[in-house]
Design a protein around this ligand. Structure first.
Ligand code: AMP
Length: 194
């Protein structure tokens, strides 16, 4: 199985690259942000809870996020592999994911991290995306700043988690979408052929 963690700050291009990767590698795309938004639209209990955090740019509590992710993975027994997009976002989530995958006789292949994108560019990209995404958390500059702070405070450490396992791969996230996509693909091909 090819199980990829696509990592990077909000606005790094994880969603854009995931869409291209699932086509090429025939993987199941699990974006925790998308799953929360789907629940918000459907006005489920999970959606109501998630909305109260997402609107402020805070993380949804680990317990809720982990059990949601695990049930999504279980609902795809046919999968060749997964792209985890926006998950794990805390060390606790990374630990839980490892444990869960081990129990299911699989593991994370590697973390692909989109790096070196200046903060101002992230803010500009997110505000630009807000026009199409209709996401309230993309349209409000204060919320964006908070999301970026939360990333630095709680999420950036997740990279070290995979570095310690020798599974971290950094990719420069500045440039043309297709150029970044090619860099990601060469890294995936290297890892899967090794
Ligand atoms: P995203 O679509 O990845 O930008 O996520 C949007 C929002 O959903 C985040 O700002 C968080 O509030 C919430 N969220 C998404 N993924 C997670 C996660 N793994 N852990 C906690 N909250 C999350």
């Amino acid at each position: 199985m090819l199980n990829l963690v696509l990592f990077g700050p909000p606005g790094a291009g994880k969603g854009t690259q995931s869409t291209k990767l699932i086509d090429k590698y025939n993987l199941v795309h699990l974006s925790t942000g998308d799953i929360f938004r789907h629940n918000i639209k459907g006005e489920t209990e999970l959606g109501k809870l998630a909305k109260s955090y997402i609107d402020k740019g805070e993380l949804v509590p680990d317990e809720v996020t982990i059990s949601m992710l695990e049930s999504e993975v279980k609902s795809h027994p046919e999968a060749n592999g997964f792209i985890f997009d926006g998950f794990p976002r805390t060390e606790a989530q990374a630990g839980a994911l490892d444990k869960f995958l081990t129990a299911n006789n699989t593991a994370i292949t590697c973390m692909l991290a989109l790096t070196d994108i200046p903060q101002e560019e992230l803010v500009t990209r997110i505000l630009g995306r807000a026009k199409d995404s209709g996401r309230a958390d993309d349209a409000n500059e204060e919320t964006i700043k908070n999301r970026l702070n939360v990333y630095e405070k709680d999420t950036a450490v997740v990279a070290s988690f995979y570095q310690k396992q020798d599974k971290f791969i950094g990719i420069n996230g500045v440039g043309e979408i297709d150029t970044i996509f090619s860099s990601i693909c060469s890294k995936i091909d290297e890892v899967s052929n090794s």
